[in-house]
Write a protein of this length. Structure first.
Length: 267
């Protein structure tokens, strides 16, 4: 059988996750895919790593797949341009789907928007459950170290209180929209859960800051006529960026590999 040419992947963002995905692509961790280059915000950040630095138009033109790992604001701004050009997009900052207008721009084509499973699992089963009698409610309880949860909107007093915590403390109880608006680089998983279940308004999100948490935890619970579901992940955080779980770059590489070659993937 003739071999398919490798799929060329352009990265959008080369931070903690993007750099690991780039290394994985260069090391053959996603067979059938090669790195075309990266779109960066800080000029020189890609060339310093020996990676071709692309602007967005080059990235769209020179790749078969754009992989976003640049954060929610960049995904909202640049993701729709990729989709409008008819190029496929693998989205890591799934929080970009929280706003219905952005969601339409990202999901209505002509490019295909794929969602990375990121730091959590179980979304395939929950998606099926929404069809089999349905789900009525869902919740996500995320626990991270306080230092990973400091946000630019926090006052100096709020920031000091968060960093001074000595016991696990719930710092958010709210909707998916509240969660991603307040913690855009920590609660993309909440939006992923809502995208899988369709429970955009019925999902409760809780965020716990735990000064002794050895791992980042995500506990998903959902129930309804289809059944009762509970999934728990305890991920090692990335040492250089504890807000993100280490598993995420591997989830992205699995996704790229599945898109790049035929095989027995879970879809
Ligand atoms: N779905 C999931 O389960 C998860 C999703 N995420 C998402 O992944 C994102 C990336 O995570 P992580 O790598 O740890 O974060 P980092 O902050 O380490 O990396 C983000 C990178 O994107 C770059 N960037 C920002 N805006 C742009 C832009 N407009 N164009 C090009 N590059 C840009 C930043 O550039 P600069 O260096 O110049 O600041 C930075 O290098 C998170 O913000 C979050 O939204 C993370 C974890 C789990
Ligand atoms: O990496 C994680 O554990 C989750 C995360 O940051 C996010 O969903 O934004």
């Amino acid at each position: 059988m003739p071999q398919q040419p490798p799929i060329r992947v352009a990265l959008l963002g080369l931070g903690a996750i993007g750099a690991r995905v780039a290394d994985g692509l260069r090391n053959g961790a996603a067979p059938g895919a090669v790195l075309a280059g990266a779109v960066v915000r800080t000029p020189g950040a890609a060339t310093a790593r020996g990676i071709a630095e692309l602007d967005l138009d080059d990235a769209i033109a020179s790749s078969g797949l754009v992989v976003e790992c640049a954060g929610v604001p960049a995904a909202r701004e640049l993701g729709p341009r990729v989709i409008a050009a008819g190029r496929d997009l693998l989205l890591v900052s799934i929080g970009a789907l929280a706003d219905p207008a952005d969601r339409a721009r990202l999901l209505d084509g002509p490019g295909v928007c794929r969602l990375s499973s990121g730091a959590i699992g179980g979304l395939d089963l929950l998606r099926a459950a929404t069809r089999d009698g349905g789900l009525a409610r869902a919740s996500l309880t995320t626990t991270k170290r306080p230092a990973a949860l400091v946000q630019p909107w926090m006052t100096e007093t709020e920031r000091a209180a968060l960093l001074g915590l000595t016991e696990p403390t719930r710092i958010l109880t709210g909707t998916v929209q509240d969660a991603i608006a307040r913690f855009p680089s920590s609660l993309n998983v909440a939006v992923a859960l809502a995208a899988a279940t369709g429970l955009w308004h019925e999902t409760e999100v809780r965020l716990v800051a735990d000064p002794r948490a050895p791992r980042t935890e995500h506990v998903i619970e959902a129930s309804g006529p289809a059944g009762e579901y509970r999934f728990a992940a305890a991920n090692a955080p990335l040492p250089e960026r504890p807000a993100s779980s280490g598993i995420v770059s591997q989830a992205v590489l699995c996704g790229i590999a599945d898109l790049a070659r035929p095989g027995g993937a879970f879809v």
